[in-house]
Design a protein around this ligand. Structure first.
Ligand code: BG6
Ligand code: MG
Length: 222
């Protein structure tokens, strides 16, 4: 029987950091003289920091020199870091610890597959880092989601076949990356947005231990 691996995205799946990314991008937009809405922030989910700034500047119709681009990217991250500095275990999304505990007790290998370069400090702050056998983040990849690279590296690190992995994602690009890697994609969030996922749930409170068991058995037999 194949070994099964579970891979979790970070932002919007384990912790609700999308709000902090939003506040930091909105501050920059306002400084540059334009508005940035929460709806527009949807486009930023799962997207690398550099690509987010490119999209933001398109929205504001701003042409930047390389120097300005670099300094705005650094400034946004400093603002974001100031927000996450205060994070603690209270900001873990509902039922995430129950799911991680369930998998850990069954010795299922667990990886993080995130576009964020801040993944490690966040996992440390919320005290979940010890659950992860491998952490693949924005520092380890060359190609952004929807490219499957991040998840393929995670599967390789876990020593599990890609087709025997389950991925939890809140971003359209992340679901597409998981599907391209031939993994089982589970959407966390709005099912109408994440309609390419194999399964959809509002959050982990809707994912029972018996469904996790089903995912384990289903992927074992692949
Ligand atoms: C993703 C977020 O997880 O990480 C994106 O969904 C974010 O919104 C990206 O832009 C990069 O994050 P960071 O922490 O490296 O700026
Ligand atoms: Mg995400």
């Amino acid at each position: 029987m194949e070994k099964v691996g579970f891979i979790f995205d970070l932002d919007g799946v384990i912790v609700d950091t999308a709000k902090y990314h939003y506040l930091a991008w909105r501050k920059l937009a306002n400084e540059l003289g334009f508005e940035f809405s929460e709806e527009q922030n949807e486009l930023f989910k799962g997207v690398s920091r550099k690509r987010c700034l490119e999209i933001l500047l398109d929205i504001g119709e701003i042409n930047a020199t390389q120097e300005q681009f670099d300094s705005w990217m650094i400034g946004k991250n400093l603002d974001y870091l100031a927000y996450i500095e205060k994070m603690d275990a209270n900001e873990i999304l509902p039922d995430v610890p129950r799911v991680l505990d369930f998998l850990k007790k069954k010795n299922v290998p667990i990886a993080l597959g995130s576009a964020s370069k801040n993944a490690r400090p966040i996992l440390e702050k919320v005290n979940l880092i010890s659950y992860f056998d491998s952490i693949v983040d924005g520092n380890s990849v060359t190609k952004a989601k929807p490219d499957p690279e991040v998840f393929l590296i995670a599967a390789n690190n876990l020593g599990v076949n890609a087709s025997s992995c389950v991925v939890f994602e809140d971003a359209v690009a992340g679901i597409q990356a998981a599907n391209r890697a031939k993994m089982t994609s589970v959407g966390i969030g709005e099912s109408n947005i994440l309609d390419e996922a194999a399964y959809n749930f509002k959050d982990f409170t809707e994912i029972s231990n018996s469904f996790l068991e089903f995912l384990l058995n289903n992927n074992q037999n692949k």
